[in-house]
Design a protein around this ligand. Structure first.
Ligand code: ATP
Ligand code: MG
Length: 214
């Protein structure tokens, strides 16, 4: 049995065509079913639904053999024990620093001011500002980062941006591009050794579907 960890929403939706390319069809709709383990048309493959941030953990500890997870989540997790064979080029967006239009971020950076930054992505933010030599006080949040500058709790945020609509709706402006983000296939290294053939088959089908070599 191969267990694939996915999160509901865009990752599940955008992984479906890749699964189809591997001949795998998920037999239940996670938006309709309350089940956390979904069967597929292949007896040897099942899907488990977990929180986006829990996908690397399930694969690391063998709760799942493989998973699909954002580069953002992977960096925050650390990636220990995970084989990362493939960028699936799905769920594309980028990580950015954003601030209220009224906050002169570049000037604050130039002057070496301490900046308070609210984010869910503390590892990415810490590395980014450390590389730039900017002093930041990080405030860890679990959601709705946009609210932090609006309430005066932070000067800026580090968050994922795709269209920029959410920033705009909250009067925030992107002031720095940190990195491009997409989702990757992650594989448990012990599972790869024990179940090489079926896992390789999935990796190869996904690779062919996204048009990249392995
Ligand atoms: P949860 O809802 O469980 O707190 P989450 O909000 O991180 O988790 P999603 O919003 O489904 O979960 O995001 C899953 C992944 O999709 C993220 O880790 C990121 O890599 C990517 N992603 C997030 N927002 C966007 C976006 N606006 N456009 C494209 N990809 C995105
Ligand atoms: Mg979400």
């Amino acid at each position: 049995m191969i267990t694939l960890a996915l999160s509901k929403g865009r990752i599940f939706d955008e992984t479906l065509p890749l699964l189809a390319a591997a001949g795998i069809e998920v037999l239940e709709d996670p938006e309709k079913s309350r089940k956390l383990i979904l069967p597929t048309n292949q007896d040897g493959v099942r899907v488990v639904l977990v929180r986006a941030t829990d996908v690397p953990t399930y694969v690391e500890y063998g709760g799942a053999d493989i998973g699909v997870t954002g580069k953002d989540v992977l960096i925050e997790h650390g990636g220990a024990g995970l084989y990362q064979p493939l960028d699936l080029r799905i769920a594309q967006c980028h990580m950015a620093v954003a601030a209220p239009a009224g906050f002169d971020y570049l000037r604050a950076v130039r002057q070496g001011s301490r900046i308070t930054v609210a984010t869910k992505y503390t590892a990415i933010a810490r590395n980014f500002f450390a590389d730039k030599g900017v002093h930041v006080d990080l405030i860890k949040l679990y959601g709705s980062m946009e609210l932090a500058p609006l309430t005066g709790m932070a000067d800026a945020i580090v968050d994922l941006v795709s269209t920029g609509k959410t920033l705009k709706a909250n009067n925030l402006v992107e002031v720095e591009h940190i990195m491009n983000i997409s989702s990757r296939l992650v594989v448990n290294q012990a599972a790869l050794k024990l179940k090489t053939a079926p896992i390789r088959r999935i990796i190869d089908s996904f690779a062919a579907a996204v048009g990249s070599a392995t």
